[in-house]
Design a protein around this ligand. Sequence first.
Ligand SMILES: Nc1ncnc2c1ncn2[C@@H]1O[C@H](COP(=O)(O)OP(=O)(O)OP(=O)(O)O)[C@@H](O)[C@H]1O
Ligand SMILES: [Mg+2]
Length: 253
Amino acid sequence: MTKKNRDVWVVKFGGSLLSDATARTGFLADAARIARKNALVLVHGGGPEINTALDKMGIQSQWVNGRRVTDEAAMAVVEGVLSGQVNKNLVGELTGFGARAVGLSGRDGRLLRAKPVPELGRVGEPDKADAALLKTLLAAGYLPVLSSVAEGPGQRALNVNADEAAAAVAVALKARRLVYLTDVPGVLDDAKKTIPEIRTRDIQRLIDTDVVRGGMIPKLMSCRAAIKKGVREINIVDGRAGLAALSGTRILP
Ligand SMILES: Nc1ncnc2c1ncn2[C@@H]1O[C@H](COP(=O)(O)OP(=O)(O)OP(=O)(O)O)[C@@H](O)[C@H]1O
Ligand SMILES: [Mg+2]
């Protein structure tokens, strides 16, 4: 099966969308429909599921700039939950909507390698993405579903931020469009109104003035990196509104 439209879309979605049953079903049905016409790659995190699993084991998490400090024991849980439970449940649901979904992590086909951030434990920053496996799957009509676990030195697993993983994959695929689905209507200004367009040169100021905080920081930093490396269009949108509208914030060069 060849796709009618060769433009690749990369869509990242987060934990909050996964835990809202209505939003989740709506989004996965949309994704399966879009994947019939476009080459689509999904990248997911899974913060809430990881928290639940770590809580059960009595492991507490600390956060530094939106990244989870991950020791050996926590890494085993992160990989089991993200690349196992969360990834395979998504693949199952997408298959139910008629998609030819294939679950992967960054450790498969060397598709995402990361360099360690040792002060955070088993955490990495995406370093090299190799799109060969994804291209093969897309050309054959599959819908790749990627968890944010990467290959680190010695072929060991590293936990990476899913926003950064999505940006690295979008760059490697020369994606036409990168979409971040999140739990807010877009990037909000001081008055909590959605900012319709942000230029990459304005991102640092938004962070320095504290308008943008927490999980929105790695998202906007990833956007800036992806635009610099050639991704043409990036949208940060409300996952509950689905993929069709793409209202929210557009990031421009
Ligand atoms: N200016 C801002 N506009 C919008 N959201 C902001 C802003 N500053 C901080 N945030 C926070 O960023 C959050 C979105 O990032 P977050 O990392 O929590 O979600 P995600 O990346 O969609 O999901 P996940 O991290 O589970 O993959 C919002 O819920 C909000 O609390
Ligand atoms: Mg996040």
